[in-house]
Design a protein around this ligand. Structure first.
Ligand SMILES: C[S@@+](CC[C@H](N)C(=O)[O-])C[C@H]1O[C@@H](n2cnc3c(N)ncnc32)[C@H](O)[C@@H]1O
Length: 247
């Protein structure tokens, strides 16, 4: 009887130690999205949007050595495709994932591609004002799971407010007359304040649009809504207008 009770007491005390250990030992962290991340998937392809790159090249023909930004460049295919279309351009690729940028840099070194640079960043706050002739933001300001799982809201993954902030800063970085190429987003550019300083200059054909769903300013799904406008030119404004605008 005594031995049974002491065995029982030993078990109780061991269980107590296990519980204490459970609460004091660091548990494996649940993977948190890096702050500001939109699309978590890296999918990309060489020369993925030839029709869009051709449009941009035709519309930037007057810029001798255009400055181009590929925002969310993944493993670099977009930057290397732009290199082909714009032989004299100075091209920068930004991605939030350090691993992607390491791959981009290794590829550029290996293939001796000149005039390209890369940075890890989640937005354009470190980029100069009125510097870029074009910003390509393709399949970045979205989250694939929203469309796959038929989400009614998006704010558990991405938010309109953050989208508006990111595209607002694109507006700052673009030269007057510069092009913003925004394809496959979960929000409409026309819902943002920044869009007031732009004119839409290209609409995609239905088959050129990905099936991603759209959400409104309150992060609620817009069933069946499509947004074909995908290229926008920043307006030229005079000093008086500029002082009364937030660009
Ligand atoms: C689907 S890939 C698109 C790659 C390329 N633009 C294309 O269309 O082929 C999305 C990329 O966006 C990057 N990304 C997501 N949120 C970002 C953010 N806030 N800033 C920079 N890159 C981001 C991801 O790391 C990923 O490499």
């Amino acid at each position: 009887m005594r031995s049974l009770s002491s065995r029982f007491m030993r078990r109780v005390s061991r269980a107590g130690r296990d519980v204490t250990r459970m609460f004091t030992t660091p548990q494996p962290a649940v993977e948190l999205a890096p702050a500001g991340r939109f699309q978590p998937y890296d999918h990309t392809l060489p020369n993925r949007y030839p029709w869009l790159f051709e449009f941009a090249a035709a519309n930037l023909a007057n810029a001798d050595a255009p400055k181009l930004l590929s925002f969310g460049c993944s493993r670099g295919d977009e930057v290397f495709a732009l290199r082909e279309c714009f032989p004299a351009a100075d091209i920068k690729g930004i991605d939030i994932a350090p691993r992607n940028i390491a791959i981009c840099r290794a590829r550029a070194l290996e293939s001796h591609v000149a005039g390209v640079s890369f940075a890890v960043a989640s937005n354009t706050s470190a980029e100069p004002t009125e510097y870029y002739d074009a910003i390509f933001c393709l399949a970045v300001l979205c989250h694939g799971d929203l469309s796959t799982y038929g989400a009614r809201r998006c704010d558990h993954l991405i938010r309109f407010e953050e989208f508006a902030r990111v595209v607002g800063d694109f507006g700052r970085c673009l030269k007057p007359g510069g092009l913003l190429l925004l394809l496959t987003t979960n929000f409409r550019f026309c819902d943002t304040e920044a869009s007031r300083n732009f004119d839409a200059v290209l609409e995609a054909e239905p088959e050129q649009l990905a099936p991603d769903v759209l959400f409104d300013r309150d992060n609620r799904v817009l069933p069946g809504e499509k947004c074909p406008a995908i290229a926008f030119r920043k307006r030229y404004v005079n000093r008086h207008q500029r002082d009364s605008m937030d660009i």
